[in-house]
Design a protein around this ligand. Structure first.
Ligand code: FE2
Length: 236
């Protein structure tokens, strides 16, 4: 596993030292991502090997994980993941643990890609955060807001979207952008420096909701290439 380091020049990320701090720290003063950095037990490759090949995305439940005939290190890895789920459930959240072999891509990518491989903000109608931890495989990636441009604001893309919409750039057009999630996707600036969320770190990131005091954290799922190990991802 390569060493993980948070970008040192990006004040929107704040490092915390505990779950309690991750939970209690408000998004304010521009901070839109909180990272509780942790070191994982060594048994994750064995867990993944026991899960075997699969298609697309498989949600793992506790019974299946506990029934795997694994060694003590893999048992520790399973315990680690289940403990995280419990921490979140205790907060009335609804975390899921996915084994991701690959995500579907947009079948007919239009002017704006809207799959999880595209940098995007999560959105919610009410105050809500996204919680994420990659335990195995390629880790989620973030993009500095200052290096991200909403695709709907790029003149050529907006012109294409207006053509697809077929009417004026008015309130109805903005509803059209919203309904298709076009307004949640971002293009990296040419000199952008995406950063890794790393393995084992539990993140709480800001979503796009109407009264949010901070801009949303822009992120994406890494491309899964043939031969890559599957990802184990906790998400809530
Ligand atoms: Fe997302």
């Amino acid at each position: 596993m390569s060493a993980f380091s948070l970008p040192t020049d990006y004040p929107r990320i704040r490092r915390v030292q505990s779950f309690a701090e991750l939970l209690a720290t408000p998004f304010a003063a521009g901070v839109n991502a909180l990272c509780w950095e942790r070191t994982l037990p060594a048994g994750f490759p064995e867990v993944v090997a026991h899960l075997g090949p699969g298609e697309a995305l498989v949600t793992l439940d506790e019974a299946r994980l506990r029934a795997l005939p694994v060694s003590a290190p893999a048992r520790a890895a399973i315990k680690f993941m289940l403990a995280d789920q419990q921490l979140l459930r205790d907060q009335d959240l609804d975390p899921v643990l996915n084994c991701i072999h690959g995500y579907p891509r947009d079948e007919e990518p239009g002017p704006v890609p809207t799959d999880v491989f595209s940098f995007h903000a999560d959105s919610a109608p009410v105050p809500a955060d996204t919680w994420l931890c990659t335990y195995h495989g390629p880790a989620s990636e973030g993009l500095r807001n200052e290096e991200a441009h909403r695709r709907v604001d790029l003149p050529a893309t907006r012109a294409q979207l207006l053509t697809a919409f077929g009417r004026a750039d008015d309130a109805d057009f903005r509803v059209f952008l919203q309904e298709n999630c076009y307004d949640l996707h971002y293009a990296p600036a040419p000199d952008a420096r995406p950063f890794s969320f790393g393995l084992g770190n539990l993140w709480r990131i800001a979503t796009d909701y109407p009264t949010s005091p901070v801009p949303p954290c822009v992120h994406r799922a890494p491309a899964t290439l043939p031969g890559d190990p599957p990802r184990l991802l906790l998400i809530s």
